[in-house]
Design a protein around this ligand. Structure first.
Ligand SMILES: *Cc1c(COP(=O)(O)O)cnc(C)c1O
Length: 434
């Protein structure tokens, strides 16, 4: 019997997060205050985030201890499984060995609770009673709703109105975990009222939702904001994924040649790959590490590396990152989690330093790959990691053509059971490339 599942026990959950900031051969350019153009200070940031999280965002240490209470919650679903996709290998008739780390076993169905739980913990430690955020498709909102409930914090989510209407189950997931969900624009904020007065049928956008969330934070006591991707501390929290994968590949007795992940804001990719980049920088092996983005929102392969705002409204600090420009409105592709104009500064920096590669894939090919995967491995992947699968299949076919065994590892960062309308469109032949 071929070994396909590489299980770890509860004691193997990492005790520390890994911080690539400590190992970059060149320092990461700091975020700038949009007014003064000087590096942001602690006090600039503590208006919206608790101080302990701001300190972590700027932390230079290579390793950061994971608090026991956070590890105890991680144990609800971590360590996550690592599997070898032998049936996919057969279907592709490839000599490649394909492994995937499956983050869809978390209660929210994706990797996002890895950071949501940590953020809720630090907010609770800082005495925060209420956390406000925005969500597009609802994955981040649901992860934060879960995490805040476990730490006894109130959660308020501004959800882009069009998603609120099109994805009613995500709203119900958030409400089941006790969050209050507003379709944005709302009449609850000055900004929302202004938008609705101008256009009562406004479908909303992430930029509007962020503006409403930030206004809410500033106007309420004991309230802070939380972000589910892009920032350094979010990338840090996700490194449990790659650290576990390193232990599991050892159990499998193989070292990957190629490591693949999808990128939206960059957090699941960072989580899987940064611990491997540490090994690469230490000279262990020259891993090929590939970030896969949607062709219609290709910030790494088509964007510019420059300072830009993290949000559409221009309220955040300026970050040095690959960006399509904050005014860029991505087409309505089905991988909602990948529709972001920018890219995590840490991922952008790794790309600039040549530590990673990037490719862009079209959504029709991505869904073809997703269906191929589902029909061989069973799991129905979320549209976002299906981008990674599409690149993995390309590499596996290349290995077949070259007649060479390659070991490929990728991050299957979420399941697609709440994305079936996208599959329905694909299977009905209604999905198009923008
Ligand atoms: C949010 C999300 C993404 C995109 O965010 P990253 O920060 O790039 O990881 C990708 N996949 C899934 C399943 C998501 O929920």
């Amino acid at each position: 019997m071929t070994a396909i599942r590489f299980a770890l026990g509860q004691n193997d959950i990492p005790r520390q997060w890994y911080n690539l900031l400590a190992d970059f051969p060149e320092p990461l350019p700091p975020p700038l205050h949009p007014g003064t153009k000087q590096p942001v200070t602690l006090s600039d940031m503590t208006a919206i985030f608790p101080e302990n999280i701001v300190r972590q965002e700027m932390c230079p240490d290579r390793h950061v201890d994971i608090p026991d209470e956070v590890r105890d919650i991680y144990a609800l679903w971590r360590p996550t499984p690592l599997l070898r996709a032998v049936r996919l290998e057969k279907a592709l008739q490839t000599p490649a060995h394909i492994y995937y780390k499956y983050e869809g076993v978390s209660p929210a169905g994706s990797h996002k609770p890895n950071s949501a739980v940590a953020q809720a913990y630090y907010n609770r430690e800082a005495g925060v009673k209420r956390i406000v955020t925005e969500t597009g498709a609802g994955q981040w909102g649901s992860s934060l709703a879960l995490a805040t409930k476990l730490f006894g914090i109130e959660c308020v989510v501004y959800m882009v109105r069009i998603s609120f209407q099109q994805k009613p189950y995500r709203k119900s997931v958030m409400e089941t975990w006790g969050a209050t969900v507003h379709p944005s624009p709302t009449r609850e904020t000055d900004f929302g009222r202004k938008v609705l007065d101008a256009d009562p049928d406004c479908p909303g956008s992430l930029g509007i939702a962020i503006s409403e969330a930030l206004e809410d934070v500033v106007k309420h006591p004991s309230t802070k904001y939380a972000l589910g991707s892009v920032l350094n501390h979010v990338c840090l929290h996700q490194t449990v994924i790659g650290q576990e994968a390193i232990q599991q590949m050892e159990l499998a007795g193989e070292d990957p040649d190629i490591i693949v992940g999808c990128v939206g804001g960059g957090s699941n990719f960072a989580g899987m790959t940064f611990p491997w980049i540490q090994r690469k920088l230490a000279g262990k092996k020259d891993y090929r590490i590939i970030a896969v983005e949607p062709a219609s929102c290709a910030s790494l392969t088509r964007g510019e590396l420059r300072y830009d705002f993290g949000d559409t409204a221009g309220m955040t600090p300026l970050m040095m990152m690959h960006t399509l420009g904050r005014e860029f409105i991505p087409p309505r592709i089905h991988a909602g989690g990948l529709r972001y104009h920018g890219m995590a500064p840490m991922v952008s920096h790794a790309y600039k330093l040549g530590l990673i590669e990037a490719v862009a894939h079209r959504q029709t090919k991505v869904f073809e790959s997703a269906v191929t995967f589902a029909r061989s491995e069973g799991l129905i992947p979320a549209p976002e990691p299906s981008h990674a699968i599409s690149a993995v299949i390309d590499e596996a076919i290349k290995a077949r053509e070259e007649g060479r065994k390659k070991v490929i590892l990728f991050n299957l960062c979420g399941h697609g059971m709440l994305d079936m309308s996208a599959y329905e469109a694909f299977l009905a032949g209604k999905l198009v490339d923008e």
